[in-house]
Design a protein around this ligand. Structure first.
Ligand code: MN
Length: 353
């Protein structure tokens, strides 16, 4: 198994690459969407936002190009690391794929062009969230050991999504008043199927795996909109929609542990046995959605060592990253939190080998 870090857009620089290398990472996952333009998001932290979301999405007229992806990959390789995945599409490039809007066909072409660009640049994976409400309703507080600041949820989130927004970001600066009408669960699954049917053949040809994150937070409805993968068994429904080697999972252990049904060990066993894990988000939590708190990796409800043993038994040899970590009380809260998580995982992996 390989160990890596996930870096936000504003962290794509030599200092962060060196930090990852110094932690013992060999691989990176990068975000190209900037979630931190909004004033209430602190750049040292993970984005939380409020019901107005994370801020403005990117430039709708500029899908990622081969040139920019190759340049970023070149810098990462120069620092002695591999670029394993890009995490998340930009709502600016595919909002009407999610919302079944008038630009759907053109935006499916956007997505195809970005998959081809990633493949040509030698980036093997793109992670995505097929989600209308996105990561909504989270709160921050001193939830982890010693009062370390972490995120969590303390009840459902029902505020409707304003027009011109999706997945916690604004893609239209002057939208018409009103809110996004609720889709049905069947409609949303059909949109996902349309998406997979359109882009998976291109992904296969480009040598790129599309990796689906489960709905975080995992609830059947958030902001009046249905969710797709909010129970472990629903990941199987997603895989069965399109039997392609590029139809894979961004397997988020923390989110799976927050789910009300099933259990995270059975889910890890079932999907790693099928070799459907493109890469893994590994963190710990306490409680179940909509009442849960993120914790340090060695506290909380999840037996992380048991997860690693299941993965090893099923010969998982892909990448593990801590998707989030609590902020530690010091001059570099994000760095300390990540270094602690990576150190723990590195020791665990070494002791198993
Ligand atoms: Mn995750």
């Amino acid at each position: 198994m390989k160990l890596g870090l996930g870096l936000y857009r504003h962290q794509l620089d030599l200092a962060h690459y060196q930090f990852a290398k110094q932690c013992g990472c060999t691989h990176l996952v990068i975000h190209l969407v900037d979630y931190f333009r909004s004033a209430h998001n602190n750049r040292s932290d993970q984005p939380v936002g409020d019901h107005s979301g994370w801020g403005l999405a990117g430039d709708p007229d500029r899908p990622w190009t081969y040139e920019e992806l190759a340049a970023i990959k070149g810098e990462i390789n120069k620092a002695g690391l591999e670029l394993e995945a890009i995490e998340n599409f930009d709502p600016a490039h595919w909002h009407d794929v999610l919302l079944e809007g008038p630009k759907k066909a053109a935006q499916l072409e956007n997505v195809k062009s970005m998959i081809r660009a990633a493949g040509r640049a030698g980036i093997p994976t793109i992670g995505y969230n097929f989600s209308l409400a996105g990561v909504a309703g989270r709160i921050k507080g001193p939830f982890a050991r010693g009062g370390a600041e972490a995120v969590g949820m303390n009840g459902p989130c029902d505020i409707p999504i304003p027009n011109g927004s999706v997945w916690n970001m604004t893609y239209e600066t002057a939208p018409t008043h009103g809110t996004v009408p609720s889709a049905t669960n069947e409609q949303l699954w059909q949109r996902l199927k349309d998406f997979l049917d359109a882009v998976l053949p291109v992904a296969e040809e480009a040598g790129v795996r599309l990796a689906a994150h489960p709905d975080d937070p995992p609830l059947p409805v958030v902001r009046g909109q249905p969710r797709l993968v909010y129970q472990p068994a629903l990941y199987q429904k997603l895989l069965d929609l399109h039997p392609s080697p590029s139809n894979m999972l961004e397997f988020c252990v923390g989110t799976l542990a927050e789910m009300a049904n099933g259990n995270v060990y059975d889910a890890t066993e079932a999907y790693s046995r099928q070799h459907k894990l493109a890469y893994i988000h590994l963190r710990n939590v306490r409680g179940k959605a909509p009442f849960y708190k993120e914790t340090f990796i060695d506290e909380g409800d999840v037996d992380v060592l048991r997860i690693l043993k299941i993965l090893k038994h099923n010969r998982y040899n892909g990448l593990i990253i801590p998707d989030h970590a609590p902020q530690m009380q010091c001059a570099a809260p994000w760095h300390a939190g990540m270094a602690f998580a990576i150190g723990y995982l590195r020791a665990a992996l070494q002791s198993m080998n």
